[in-house]
Design a protein around this ligand. Structure first.
Ligand code: ATP
Ligand code: LTN
Length: 334
């Protein structure tokens, strides 16, 4: 078996430019940089239901995300694209991993603390054990690399700790994975509150730009993004978080450093800079949207998901069998 890369995104809403720049774009780059690896990429629908979801909306977002991955430029070669819940081993693995995960470790997870605070209808135990499900996703396929945004670093560290612990106890059962976090764009902030991450599930729709948003919406959102009243273009995340976030977006889109961008707009006003940024975003989204529309209702997309499921199932079920054997579950093989 080739070395592997694993990642996933939750279908909790329409994909925004933050997830694109911090994650999907990095998947595309990773696929090019590591052509000798096999990439297991999935739609993390089991993760999505750790908080309440409406059935029809979830279905729509699952299929949408599958088409978005491909529309953003991922190639079918060396890729298994699948829906997490369709490969039953993920749910099974979650339980096995939980048997090696400590309460104290889960209690320290900052994403859990943030999300639990936002849940008015009650916090589920699955929201608490979510990092064990995620560790299982990764370890099932012996991932060498896991491309993610900056906010997932802590979950990756926990995955590494669990893998090492299980390797020590059971003999070498897992590859210990390494995160791949992009240098720019790893944390794009909300357009309406630059102190919080741009997120799919933010109730304020003006806080983000969706990859499928129409041109006039994109321009409107950028023009009304929060900046400051100083009127000077400078990259200073501490004192000018709104403007610096827009510079980060421009930087990620154009592969120039944030400092170089600030320098070239030194004598411009915010309006000019925002208009240029909007143009850049619109041009980036146009080809993605075209490919998306040709894929979303195609048989090709279903075929890719079927093939991805079949191959992922084969690899994952082998790992589950191996773990059962190592743990002494069931009967001894003859
Ligand atoms: P939710 O709002 O449902 O928690 P989310 O918008 O935070 O979702 P995830 O599905 O948790 O998105 O993240 C998918 C991937 O995209 C992860 O690797 C994450 O690190 C990355 N990502 C998400 N939002 C951003 C962002 N604003 N900037 C950079 N990367 C991001
Ligand atoms: N928890 C991640 C999504 C996710 C994931 C994974 C990422 C679930 N399983 C495995 C990488 C590898 C998130 O919320 N962004």
């Amino acid at each position: 078996m080739k070395k592997t890369i694993v990642s996933g995104i939750q279908p909790t809403g329409s994909i925004n430019i933050g997830t694109y720049l911090g994650s999907i774009r990095n998947f595309v780059k990773t696929q090019v940089d590591y052509q000798d690896h096999h990439f297991f990429l999935f739609i993390a629908d089991l993760h999505a239901i750790t908080v309440p979801q409406e059935k029809q909306t979830l279905r729509k977002h699952i299929k949408e995300l599958a088409a978005i991955y491909l529309a953003c430029g991922l190639k079918k070669d060396n890729l298994s694209l699948f829906i997490q819940s369709e490969v039953k081993a993920h749910a099974e693995m979650n339980y096995l991993i939980q048997c090696f995960t400590y309460m104290g470790e889960l209690e320290r997870m900052t994403q859990y603390k943030d999300k639990a605070q936002k849940q008015t209808a009650g916090v589920t135990s699955s929201l608490f054990t979510y990092p064990a499900l995620m560790a299982g996703d990764i370890l099932l396929y012996d991932a060498e690399y896991v491309p993610v945004g900056d906010d997932q670093k802590q979950h990756l560290e926990l995955t590494r700790d669990i893998a090492t612990r299980m390797n020590n106890k059971l003999g070498n059962v897992f590859t210990v994975p390494k995160p791949l976090i992009p240098k720019v764009g790893a944390r794009i902030m909300s357009l309406t509150d630059p102190t919080s991450k741009m997120s799919k599930s933010d109730p304020n729709i003006k806080s983000r730009i969706h990859l499928l948003d129409e041109e006039n919406i994109v321009r409107k959102r950028i023009m009304s993004a929060i900046t400051d009243s100083e009127g000077v273009i400078k990259y200073d995340r501490q004192n000018k978080p709104g403007l610096s976030n827009l510079i980060d977006m421009m930087s990620a889109l154009t592969d120039q450093s944030p400092e170089a961008i600030a320098q070239s707009y030194q004598s411009a006003n915010y309006k000019t800079f925002k208009e240029d940024l909007a143009e850049q975003v619109v041009n980036t989204l146009k080809p993605i949207q075209e490919r998306y529309h040709s894929l979303i209702n195609s048989d090709e997309l279903d075929q890719i998901l079927d093939d991805g499921k079949a191959f992922a199932e084969k690899i994952a079920s082998r790992k589950i069998d191996k773990l059962h054997h190592k743990l002494g579950l069931g009967r001894k093989r003859k």
